[in-house]
Ligand binder design. Structure first.
Ligand code: ATP
Length: 275
């Protein structure tokens, strides 16, 4: 589907990609293979297509790089040693999709029933984010461990309770805080619990993340349609001022915002966050 500048409405979920906003009954399937195959089919169709815009050509190249990094991680580590850091945000959503697509090529007998993942809940979570994460558990067969402690302590606990995990896939990008110096594989440092951080989308640009999500019609958290461009907690995250719409809703006097995917500049992404 080509990206159209005037296409502002929330995308209808595609016929076969499950929508995390509407949880489906738990699958009786013994492994995650069916969802992996479905997603791999979509990703491969995208990669095999002639891109309709220069942006989509870039996204194809980024997708190939990210799949290469995930494939390297799957060679270095067994699946029980791998986890995904997932909070329902757009970057780890792309990462989740690419990981599932990669697993379609993994030996089926080695596939788990659910994908190991970890979510550190914000002290002031958005109900919309929690609902999207809940929906992701069903839609993508996640085995999601949740923690409420501060990040470092939460990972310490997670690794204690999941002693086999050695590598965690993280959706950090270059323009995120601390993203500047990261590579595809970075061991933790500065007193963090020991694990390998894997960053398959580190060099994706903001616009590329959205082009991937929209082109593949991947359902995403509703807050992004209300002008939020990066999701934290309710006390430190606001709609991005760069997306202020000209009009103010006359009845509520509320300012309205354009959707996150209309922002283009990487450096404007975190203008709606206080940290
Ligand atoms: P967005 O920037 O739109 O919120 P995002 O959450 O995917 O998207 P970041 O907030 O930049 O991206 O965080 C980078 C990555 O760090 C995430 O993709 C995710 O892998 C990991 N991460 C961040 N916060 C959490 C959290 N609270 N729990 C689990 N993983 C997290």
């Amino acid at each position: 589907m080509p990206l159209r500048p005037d296409d502002k409405h929330e995308l209808a979920p595609s016929p076969s990609l499950p929508n995390p906003a509407t949880p489906t009954p738990t699958s009786a399937s013994p492994t995650i293979l069916p969802i992996c195959q479905d997603i791999a089919g979509r990703v491969n169709a995208f990669l095999d297509s002639e891109p309709e815009t220069p942006l989509l050509r870039q996204v194809q190249a980024q997708t190939r790089v990210a799949l290469g990094v995930i494939s390297a991680a799957l060679e270095r580590y067994s699946l029980p040693e791998i986890s995904l850091s997932y909070n329902g945000g757009k970057d780890c959503l792309v990462l989740l999709i690419l990981l599932l697509a990669s697993l379609a090529h993994h030996p089926p007998t080695l596939l788990p029933r659910k994908l190991q993942s970890v979510y550190i809940i914000s002290p002031h979570p958005f109900a919309e984010v929690d609902a999207f994460v809940d929906g992701s558990i069903d839609a993508y067969s996640l085995d999601l461990a949740r923690y409420t402690q501060p990040m470092k302590e939460a990972f310490r606990l997670y690794l204690r309770e999941h002693a086999g995990v050695k590598a965690i896939l993280v959706g950090t990008r270059r323009t995120d805080p601390h993203g500047e110096v990261l590579t595809h594989f970075d061991a933790t440092d500065h007193g963090w619990p020991a694990f390998m951080r894997v960053h398959p989308v580190i060099d994706w640009h903001y616009a590329e993340i959205w082009a991937f999500i929209r082109h593949l019609e991947i359902p995403y958290c509703v807050l992004y349609d209300r002008g939020y461009t990066s999701l934290g907690g309710t006390t430190d995250t606001h709609p991005n001022p760069a997306l202020k719409a000209g009009n103010v809703q006359s009845e509520t006097k509320e300012q309205s915002f354009r959707p996150a995917y209309e922002l283009v500049e990487d450096k404007a992404e975190r203008l709606g966050r206080d940290w």
